[in-house]
Design a protein around this ligand. Structure first.
Ligand code: SAH
Length: 223
């Protein structure tokens, strides 16, 4: 039997991610498993399986699948980790983490986005996740340390609080876009023998990591 159009779109996307450097089979499988169309507005469903960032309301975007693939691969998850994610957004990257880690705590500053993300993750049956509305640049000390930390909004500098909340174990990792608003470097910071080693995965462009609670006019639900 020939593939449905949806299956064809998924296969095309996986091939293109693989060519662009997403080689980890578990990460590719997670991307194939999580229904991305579920995390965007109905009008955007036809393009949900293309390799583009898309608007999700409150002026935010769901990340491009390639960037989700590269960031997730860089975390080197094995299935046993407790992960902190900053910037829940649509919850799409959160679902990918739920597929590959033991437990995920995700922090979002926009209440409207956090509520929708929680609803979607619940409906898809993810039980190994908690979503909190707060300023994620402070991390979440009560649940620290974390084996992995993923930041999906651009920071000017690596927040000291996040480094402090990273597990002291070898292999603990923080993946974070760092730099000015127009372009950032995707940094991987790894703990080895008690020290932090960092390398860059190249240039990326994310919406900014904004401290504090959103102003009411910033938090509207616009789709
Ligand atoms: N990973 C998301 C996309 C994230 S866009 C997805 O897959 O859909 C970045 C998100 O970070 C936005 O939702 C934004 O509201 C949130 N954000 C920005 N600054 C934040 C902060 N200080 N604390 C928590 N979330 C923040």
């Amino acid at each position: 039997m020939s593939d449905s159009p949806r299956t064809r779109q998924i296969k095309d996307l996986l091939r293109s991610l693989n060519r662009a450097g997403v080689r980890d089979r578990d990460v590719l499988l997670a991307i194939a498993t999580v229904p991305r169309e579920y995390f965007v507005a109905p009008s955007l469903r036809p393009v949900a399986w293309t390799d583009h960032a898309l608007p999700i309301g409150a002026g935010q975007t769901i990340s491009q699948p390639l960037v989700v693939g590269l960031m997730t691969q860089a975390l080197r998850l094995t299935g046993t980790e407790r992960v902190l994610e900053i910037g829940t957004g649509s919850g799409y990257q959160t679902a990918i983490l739920c597929e590959l880690a033991r437990w995920v705590l995700s922090i979002e500053r926009h209440t409207s986005l956090a509520i929708q993300a929680r609803r979607r993750l619940d409906a898809l049956g993810y039980r190994n996740v908690a979503i909190i509305v707060a300023d994620g640049s402070e991390g979440w000390p009560p649940a620290a340390p974390f084996d992995r930390i993923l930041v999906t909004a651009a920071a000017r500098e690596v927040p000291a609080a996040l480094l402090e909340q990273l597990s002291p174990d070898d292999g603990a990792r923080l993946v974070i876009p760092v730099g000015p608003p127009d372009e950032q470097e995707l940094l991987v910071i790894e703990r080895r023998e008690g020290r932090f080693h960092r390398h860059s995965l190249g240039p990326v462009r994310f919406v900014p990591l904004v401290p504090g609670a959103p102003r009411p006019e910033e938090d509207e639900h616009n789709w």
